[in-house]
Structures are given as C-alpha cells and as structure tokens.
Design a protein around this ligand. Structure first.
Ligand code: SF4
Length: 218
C-alpha cells in the first residue's frame, strides 16, 4: 500500500473546492455571522441533506434569532418550523433545552471548546468540532461520514467510526490543516468520492489513493 501524503491531497482539494457547493455550515457562517446560528444549524443538519437544512434554517432564523427568542418560542411552533429535517421532534426538544442549560452551566454563553460543547443537547463530537472551528476559529476537526469514509479509502487511517477517525486525524494531521478538513472533504465526498460507487475516473487525487474497501466505482 502506498504512503498517503495528506498535505499534497489537501493542496489539490483546495484548488478544486470552489467547483462544488460549500458545506452547509460555510454558507450559514457567511450569511449569519454568529455562534448561535452556527450551533443551531449544525444541530439541525444531523442526518439531513445540506440543501434541505439550509432551506429550513433560512425560514427558522426569521423567527428565532437568539437564545432569548429560542426560549420564548413554543415547542409546537418550533417543531412546525423545522419539520422538513429528519428527527425534527428530537431536534426541537434539544433546541428548547439549550437556553436553560446554557444559562445554568455556561453563564448564558455558547462554550468554545469541544469538551464543553459536547455537553449540550444534540451536540456530538462532529457538531462540537465544527462549531468550535467555524464559530470560534479554534483548531478542531469536524469528522462526518464523508471525512471518515474518504480517509479510510485513501488508506490514511484504518478506523471503524468517525470518532476514531477524528482521534487519528488529530494525531497525524498538522494542526494548520485541521479547520480545512471538513470544508474540503465534505463537498469532495458529496460530488466525487460518493458513499456508494465513487467517481474514481474523475477523481483528481486518484494517484494518491489506495482505494481501500472500494468494490464498485465509476
Ligand atoms: S480514487 Fe476513488 S476512492 Fe480514492 S479518493 Fe478518489 S474517488 Fe475516492
């Protein structure tokens, strides 16, 4: 198996990323420059397509613009606003729990570090890393299924879930690249290294890839 040079791969993907739609969170952070919006949109995006989450966020953020307005809105109204996203009832419940928890435990502020963020309802490690990196500019690696799958296909890590992949990436990737990983690999996974049958013939990093576990490709 050839050795994977992640710096070269990151450089190549950086040159191509503009060809694809950016991950949801990048457009949210451009349109709504505020940790509150970034946290809420990331919670809503779990197991839901970015394009759908973005539509829901644009509607929701007309009604809910702060922790204060989130506290005031009724659960049923919130459910109605976010209904198109998967697991909307659970997500609405988690969102409604946020204001009180932040008041009680975090001085009414959204925490910046991953270990504190994961204590919030509906926030797993991926969400926590993305919020920490995008909303607060801290070094963090948001690992979703795309990042996890691609890193394993490349042969850069050998892991069985995104949490393990995050740990390995934190150990192996230079810190200066951490914030770029999600931004580069999510659109690449949505468009080229797709979960089922990746487009290897159109892939601009194919000569660096070991295609581990790839059985069908295009
Ligand atoms: S060569 Fe195929 S498996 Fe490897 S990164 Fe490219 S699309 Fe993914």
């Amino acid at each position: 198996m050839k050795k994977v040079n992640i710096s070269i791969i990151i450089r190549i993907l950086s040159n191509h990323v503009k060809e694809f739609n950016p991950p949801l969170i990048e457009s949210v952070s451009e349109n709504y420059r505020n940790p509150f919006f970034i946290l809420v949109s990331t919670i809503l995006s779990a197991r839901t397509k970015d394009s759908l989450t973005e539509k829901v966020c644009n509607i929701l953020f007309k009604h809910v613009k702060s922790l204060n307005s989130l506290e005031k809105i009724s659960l049923s109204k919130l459910e109605q606003l976010i209904k198109p996203v998967n697991f909307y009832k659970t997500k609405a419940r988690h969102l409604k729990e946020l204001p009180k928890l932040l008041k009680d435990e975090f001085n009414n502020k959204i925490p910046k570090d991953v270990d504190s963020l994961v204590k919030l309802p509906g926030v797993g490690r991926k969400t926590a890393n993305i919020v920490s990196a995008i909303a607060f500019g801290l070094d963090a690696i948001g690992v979703d299924t795309h990042v996890h799958t691609i890193m394993n296909r490349l042969g850069y890590v050998k892991t069985s879930n995104p949490e393990e992949t995050e740990k390995e990436l934190r150990r192996k990737v230079l810190v200066k690249y951490w914030k770029k990983i999600n931004y580069l690999f999510v659109p690449f996974g949505q468009n080229i290294c797709t979960p089922v049958s990746p487009h290897c013939s159109a892939c601009f990093i194919r000569k660096y890839c070991n295609r581990v576990g790839v059985k069908t490709k295009r």
